[in-house]
Design a protein around this ligand. Structure first.
Ligand code: SAM
Length: 346
């Protein structure tokens, strides 16, 4: 018989368990479960042995991962059951797969999770909780945290790289960019996004502009087949001259900064732009009521000094610097895209 569950708060029960599911994904990734199951089906004991963990704990972790669709469990007659990756785990969770999100998963576990354990204080105080979470006060997370420690920087760059690799193609192909010959990816990090742009646009060259400590590490992230149309310049986008280009790309940059800092950056950028220059913005765009998508609103709770904005809010910021919106594309991907053109000397 079917029980009557009308009115039962399924969504609330799912939310109550949400953090357990996230942590299952984080820890299975951190312990290397998806890597050792790459192309193999193994028993609990074999997996526990390889990840150097207890059999009991490993079994619970694996069964939890099966229950949320990350692994499959197969049982043949009297044999011990074996576990294997789902197709999605093979594609996105194995650390060495081309589209791997492994580094971003670790970033969520190591950098974002500790901030969210202090959410109550963050809300009461209206500030990010980096000092409580990591023992260090920091005004500017890029300069004060990432650039100060090689391992932390590598982890951050790996995380950015993995997201840029899976979103870059849709960002690069959102609009017809054939009239542009040179682009500057402002805050372009490892160059992953720049490579997607040169792949999609055979006549485009892209200069990646980022902090010196980031540019120094670029060799760790270059694809085997390097493209001479991608180059790197080090500097600070608030103060230094930006490389000359026909098109400027701002991907996942502005949401990190207050309106005041965004104006600083845009006035620097606007100063190097001639009329007709393009500006391509890639961000999660809030709807005009600013209630969705929840992905943007949940990200905002980490309380960086920045904020999530709607297309109208981004357009208003841009207009003050002489850029008018030309196209907006809401993708089904992690990033929406807007194209602006510089049409007056603000
Ligand atoms: N655009 C890349 C992407 O979409 O994958 C990376 C986005 S990441 C959230 C922000 C980037 O801005 C980092 O690479 C960081 O180093 C860079 N950045 C932060 N402050 C900067 C500054 N003052 N000057 C230049 N780059 C900066």
């Amino acid at each position: 018989t079917k029980s009557n569950t009308e009115g039962f708060p399924h969504n609330l029960i799912e939310l109550l368990d949400g953090f357990k599911a996230s942590k299952t994904l984080f820890i299975a990734s951190k312990l290397g479960v998806f890597d050792i199951l790459n192309g193999e089906s193994l028993t609990v004991k074999e997996i526990a042995n390889r990840i150097n963990a207890s059999v009991l704990g490993t079994e619970k972790l694996l069964d939890a991962a099966v229950s949320i669709g990350l692994l499959q469990k197969l049982k043949c007659l009297d044999d011990e059951p074996v576990y294997r990756n789902t197709e999605q785990a093979r594609q996105f969770l194995v650390s060495f797969s081309p589209q791997s999100l492994h580094s971003y998963v670790l970033h969520c576990n190591d950098m974002i999770w500790p901030l969210f354990t202090h959410l109550e204080d963050a809300v009461r105080e209206g500030t990010n909780q980096r000092e409580k979470a990591f023992g260090k006060k920091s005004e500017n997370v890029f300069q004060d945290v990432y650039c100060k420690n090689h391992d932390v920087m590598m982890r951050f760059m790996n995380a950015m790289h993995s997201i840029a690799k899976i979103t870059g193609r849709d960002v690069a192909t959102a609009f017809d960019l054939s009239r542009f010959r040179t682009a500057c990816d402002v805050g372009g990090c490892t160059g992953a996004m720049a490579y997607e742009f040169t792949k999609a646009h055979p006549n485009l060259s892209v200069t990646v502009f980022d902090l010196p400590a980031v540019v120094e590490m670029k060799s760790h992230f270059q694809p085997i087949e390097q493209d001479r149309r991608v180059s790197f310049v080090a500097g600070d986008f608030f103060k230094d001259d930006l490389p000359k280009a026909d098109l400027y790309i701002l991907a996942r940059i502005l949401h990190d900064w207050s309106d005041e800092k965004v104006h600083e950056l845009l006035s620097n950028l606007s100063a190097t732009c001639t009329l007709g220059c393009g500006l391509l913005l890639a961000e999660i765009l809030l709807d005009e009521e600013k209630t969705r998508p929840s992905r943007a609103q949940l990200q905002a709770l980490s309380m960086t000094e920045g904020k999530q904005r709607s297309a109208t809010e981004y357009s208003n910021l841009m207009k003050k610097h002489g850029f008018s919106p030309v196209h907006t594309q809401y993708t089904n991907n992690l990033l929406d895209v807007m194209l602006f053109v510089k049409d007056n000397q603000a």
